[in-house]
Design a protein around this ligand. Structure first.
Ligand SMILES: [Zn+2]
Length: 136
Protein backbone atom coordinates (compact mmCIF):
# COMPACT_ATOMS: atom_id res chain seq x y z
CA UNK A 1 0.00 0.00 0.00
CA UNK A 2 2.90 2.33 -0.62
CA UNK A 3 1.08 4.31 -3.32
CA UNK A 4 -1.86 5.48 -1.18
CA UNK A 5 -2.47 9.10 -0.42
CA UNK A 6 -4.71 9.04 2.64
CA UNK A 7 -7.29 11.80 2.89
CA UNK A 8 -5.85 15.03 4.28
CA UNK A 9 -9.09 16.14 5.92
CA UNK A 10 -12.46 14.65 6.87
CA UNK A 11 -14.18 16.19 3.82
CA UNK A 12 -11.50 15.12 1.30
CA UNK A 13 -13.09 11.71 0.46
CA UNK A 14 -16.40 13.38 -0.35
CA UNK A 15 -14.73 15.99 -2.57
CA UNK A 16 -12.79 13.24 -4.36
CA UNK A 17 -16.03 11.28 -4.82
CA UNK A 18 -17.68 14.33 -6.37
CA UNK A 19 -14.71 14.63 -8.73
CA UNK A 20 -15.15 11.00 -9.83
CA UNK A 21 -11.87 9.94 -8.23
CA UNK A 22 -11.07 7.21 -5.74
CA UNK A 23 -12.40 8.69 -2.49
CA UNK A 24 -9.46 7.28 -0.53
CA UNK A 25 -6.43 8.26 -2.63
CA UNK A 26 -7.78 10.55 -5.37
CA UNK A 27 -6.59 8.14 -8.07
CA UNK A 28 -8.35 8.00 -11.42
CA UNK A 29 -9.55 5.04 -13.47
CA UNK A 30 -12.01 3.74 -10.87
CA UNK A 31 -14.90 3.45 -13.35
CA UNK A 32 -15.65 0.20 -15.17
CA UNK A 33 -18.13 1.61 -17.65
CA UNK A 34 -20.89 4.13 -17.15
CA UNK A 35 -22.63 2.57 -14.17
CA UNK A 36 -20.04 0.52 -12.35
CA UNK A 37 -16.77 0.78 -10.50
CA UNK A 38 -13.68 -1.39 -10.81
CA UNK A 39 -13.45 -4.13 -8.15
CA UNK A 40 -10.72 -2.04 -6.51
CA UNK A 41 -8.89 1.23 -7.02
CA UNK A 42 -6.01 0.72 -9.51
CA UNK A 43 -3.85 3.15 -7.49
CA UNK A 44 -4.35 2.27 -3.80
CA UNK A 45 -6.23 -1.07 -4.13
CA UNK A 46 -9.12 0.18 -1.97
CA UNK A 47 -11.84 -2.40 -2.56
CA UNK A 48 -15.14 -1.32 -4.12
CA UNK A 49 -16.58 -4.79 -3.55
CA UNK A 50 -18.81 -4.09 -0.57
CA UNK A 51 -21.27 -5.99 1.55
CA UNK A 52 -24.79 -6.69 0.30
CA UNK A 53 -26.99 -3.61 0.50
CA UNK A 54 -24.07 -1.17 0.53
CA UNK A 55 -24.99 0.40 -2.81
CA UNK A 56 -28.45 1.35 -1.56
CA UNK A 57 -26.72 4.54 -0.42
CA UNK A 58 -25.65 5.34 -3.97
CA UNK A 59 -29.29 4.95 -5.04
CA UNK A 60 -30.19 7.62 -2.49
CA UNK A 61 -27.40 9.79 -3.91
CA UNK A 62 -28.66 9.33 -7.50
CA UNK A 63 -32.22 10.20 -6.40
CA UNK A 64 -30.86 13.37 -4.81
CA UNK A 65 -28.96 14.17 -8.03
CA UNK A 66 -32.16 13.67 -10.06
CA UNK A 67 -34.07 16.03 -7.75
CA UNK A 68 -31.32 18.68 -7.80
CA UNK A 69 -30.93 18.59 -11.60
CA UNK A 70 -34.71 18.59 -12.13
CA UNK A 71 -35.05 21.50 -9.69
CA UNK A 72 -32.32 23.51 -11.41
CA UNK A 73 -33.93 22.81 -14.80
CA UNK A 74 -37.44 23.76 -13.69
CA UNK A 75 -36.62 26.83 -11.59
CA UNK A 76 -34.00 28.00 -14.09
CA UNK A 77 -36.46 27.59 -16.97
CA UNK A 78 -39.12 29.47 -15.03
CA UNK A 79 -36.82 32.37 -14.17
CA UNK A 80 -35.33 32.66 -17.66
CA UNK A 81 -38.63 32.57 -19.58
CA UNK A 82 -41.04 34.36 -17.19
CA UNK A 83 -43.85 35.37 -17.91
CA UNK A 84 -44.17 33.28 -21.11
CA UNK A 85 -43.14 29.95 -19.58
CA UNK A 86 -43.05 27.09 -22.15
CA UNK A 87 -44.68 24.57 -19.80
CA UNK A 88 -44.91 21.73 -22.31
CA UNK A 89 -41.22 21.95 -23.25
CA UNK A 90 -40.14 22.30 -19.61
CA UNK A 91 -42.20 19.25 -18.66
CA UNK A 92 -41.08 17.02 -21.53
CA UNK A 93 -37.37 17.84 -21.12
CA UNK A 94 -37.69 17.61 -17.31
CA UNK A 95 -39.22 14.14 -17.49
CA UNK A 96 -36.54 13.19 -20.03
CA UNK A 97 -33.84 14.35 -17.60
CA UNK A 98 -35.44 12.31 -14.82
CA UNK A 99 -35.12 9.22 -17.02
CA UNK A 100 -31.66 10.01 -18.44
CA UNK A 101 -29.83 11.11 -15.28
CA UNK A 102 -30.06 7.81 -13.34
CA UNK A 103 -28.76 5.85 -16.34
CA UNK A 104 -25.84 8.17 -17.04
CA UNK A 105 -24.71 9.29 -13.57
CA UNK A 106 -25.16 6.14 -11.47
CA UNK A 107 -21.44 5.31 -11.50
CA UNK A 108 -20.67 8.84 -10.34
CA UNK A 109 -23.22 8.48 -7.53
CA UNK A 110 -21.22 5.45 -6.35
CA UNK A 111 -17.98 7.42 -5.94
CA UNK A 112 -19.96 10.12 -4.13
CA UNK A 113 -21.48 7.50 -1.83
CA UNK A 114 -18.14 5.86 -1.05
CA UNK A 115 -16.73 9.35 -0.40
CA UNK A 116 -19.59 10.09 1.98
CA UNK A 117 -19.01 6.76 3.71
CA UNK A 118 -15.25 7.37 4.06
CA UNK A 119 -15.95 10.86 5.41
CA UNK A 120 -17.65 9.33 8.44
CA UNK A 121 -15.95 5.90 8.52
CA UNK A 122 -12.28 6.23 7.51
CA UNK A 123 -10.89 3.31 5.49
CA UNK A 124 -9.66 0.32 7.47
CA UNK A 125 -6.74 -1.90 6.46
CA UNK A 126 -9.03 -4.85 5.64
CA UNK A 127 -10.80 -2.73 2.99
CA UNK A 128 -7.74 -2.89 0.71
CA UNK A 129 -6.98 -5.71 -1.69
CA UNK A 130 -3.74 -7.38 -0.60
CA UNK A 131 -0.85 -6.87 -2.99
CA UNK A 132 -0.23 -9.96 -5.08
CA UNK A 133 3.31 -11.39 -5.27
CA UNK A 134 3.50 -10.42 -8.99
CA UNK A 135 3.03 -6.70 -8.26
CA UNK A 136 6.65 -6.30 -7.25
ZN1 LIG B 1 -7.48 4.75 -4.49
Amino acid sequence: MSSTTPPTSRITPLVRGFLGQCPHCGGRGVFAGLNDLQPHCPTCRFSFVREEGYWLGSMIVIMALVLIIFGIWTVGGLLLTWPDVPWTMLTIVGVGLNILVPFTLYGWSKTIWVGLDLTFNPAQLEEFLPESPTDG
